[in-house]
Design a protein around this ligand. Sequence first.
Ligand code: GLA
Length: 763
Amino acid sequence: MYLSVRISNAIAGLYKNFRRLRLNNRVALLLIGMLGISIGITAQTPAQHSAVHFNARTQIFRIDAANISYVFGVNEKKQLQMLYWGHRISEADNFPQPHSIKEPSSFDSSINVTPQEFVAWGGGLYVEPDLKVTFPDGNRDLVLQYVSHSIKGDNLTVVLKDISRNVFVDLQYQIDEKTGILQRSARVRNETDASITVEQIASATWVLPRGTNDQLFYLTGRWAAEWQLKQQTIEPGKTVLESRRGSTGAQNNPWFAIERGQSKDQDHGDVWFGALGWSGSWKISVEQDQIRQIRVTGGPNNFDFSIHLLPGEKFQTPPFYGGYSDHGMGGVSRLLHRFEIGSILPHAPYPILRPVLYNSWEATGFNVDEAGQEVLAEKAASIGVERFVVDDGWFGNRRDDHAGLGDWYVNKTKFPNGLKPLIDKVHSLGMDFGLWVEPEMVNPDSDLYSKHPDWILHFTGRPQTQARNQLVLNLARQDVRDYVFHTLDDLLNKNNIAFLKWDYNRNWSEPGWPSVAPENQKKVYTAYVQNFYSILKELRAKHPLVEIESCSGGGSRVDLGVMHYTDEVWPSDNTDAFDRLQIQDGFSYAYSPGVMMSWVTDSPTWVNHRSLSLEYRFLSSMQGSLGIGANLNRWTKEDFATAKKMVAQYKQIRSTIQRGALYRLISPQNNSEYSVTETVAEDRHQAVTFAFLHSSQMQYPFPRIHLRGLDPKMTYHLNVLEGKVSEETPGSASGTFWMNRGVDVDLQGDFQAAAFTLDEINN
Ligand code: GLA
């Protein structure tokens, strides 16, 4: 432990040394991230080993990892029957061979109440099916039975087949050793000698243990108000979370959590949760059946969906990840954050720490030019910014949002000598360079649209509905996919670009694909997304040092699918630091603050015309990946001094914030008067706490802050970054003290904020 403490305390100093040695920023951030994580992993309780077993006698599959056991078996009807999912049970615990559930009445046949892993529409099924198929002879009945399985390491594949026709489904299971999060997906194979139409296919169904008063948590929102957490009691019937928009959407996010009963706080209670790895139209249905079992079925949305499979063809669904925590909603998010860092993000398990960036969008809008950006770059560098990003407006005939999308060549009026002089300048200031693109879109007023009007999603002879004056390119077409790839590849070959902010500013309308046969046109929903991923994948392979941000007019394309290929995401265009507390809190239920870009922008904000101090705005943004989006030309000397100090502070706490375990001590949901978050480094050498006061009322002091997740025996030194703590607070004390006695911050007035760290004393 001593060794790990000493090493981890050295991490903060390392960054400075790397810079002194003139090592590339990114190498430094990678190494610091790796050190933080590897130390964290060794200091954590050792991972329990994972295993996948099949018991031939009882016909039972059992998957164990971390704190989780997942058990199902083959029943007497050869259905795959769910048996247990939850806290890890003893290896000696055995289940008898499953038996299907007897029909409660003639209206509720056995197939509707037996909890199956994956059930097709056929044999009188009324609950949400995992698969629905039409055969060319008009038959639409499909009944799947277990035929075989294979186990390779921690991967299990179970093969199901229809009772008479050669339609096979391969159910794939892969368990994450560290978090017990299970990845499930399905592949349907047409081995008949005629084509079939798949009208609906889910990645998986999760069946939860029967409970009472179960609570569903989900995320909803809209542009500039994403990530609102909602909670409702699950009643008989079905709740559908979905997007029919062609992409993930902000209206619902493909994530859910279900708590057994209502626990008394964030860090207690049994919660099952899941998230889809898919950036296209999707659907998760949460259904309580006749005997109060909860079934959660998720995958590509079946609305306006069909996949035509020729003999020998197959279709693979995206993954649906599922997990369980006995540490409440807080435990859910901590598991998901670890999983994203350890298994999902590019460079996992050592994703590169996010550099502090500057983006000029809110400062200059479309009015970007070489001279103006250079001035901002100098000012950004002076406060410690590490990455300078030019947003919308640098290309084609882009004066505003009416023209230019599709023409990804540099606008010569704004940048007469191309981007090189600016990029060189940015490099000479010690920063790397990033650029905004929106490659899937086209303005009708563009060279690209004039040349290829047929490249957009459309139905022949029907209107083409515009949004933000733009149309969506049909990425499902191979020629469009290749064009987009080559355009971006060329941009990256010709310019020394370290980062792309990849935007996507509208949803689909008239999703037609007239150039393929009618029976293949609805495949656009999946083919588009597969090509989107393939572009990202190929670009990353050819340009391994380039990082990418997923943005969709804010947080409309954030999911575990796109996060495989993107290093960070933009959660919302709403940069009001007070609104952000709620937005960021909601975001963090499903996604890691380590990927959550958060800019400090001007005050009063354009959003609510609210004025907030620069310190408050910084502290709000420092809870994620810090960025600056303010107009630095308007800043005073004092602003620069404050910013410089706070950027330096952020660099000291960055690896804790981006990699640590988040505790929501007081949630800002529902406009609460307070908000307090604490993040504990994985090896517990540091904890960072942010406290925000909305508005003092009736002279009540701020609630005492009781820390969580510290090492009880270790001594921690209190270091106040911003604001004041009460005079009775000792300078250092044990983890037990800080967790039980706690800290009183002195906050009064409106929109006040404080932050402090607890740093392990190395003695
Ligand atoms: C979207 C993004 C913004 C900005 C603009 C540029 O709205 O979310 O951050 O990049 O596009 O047009």
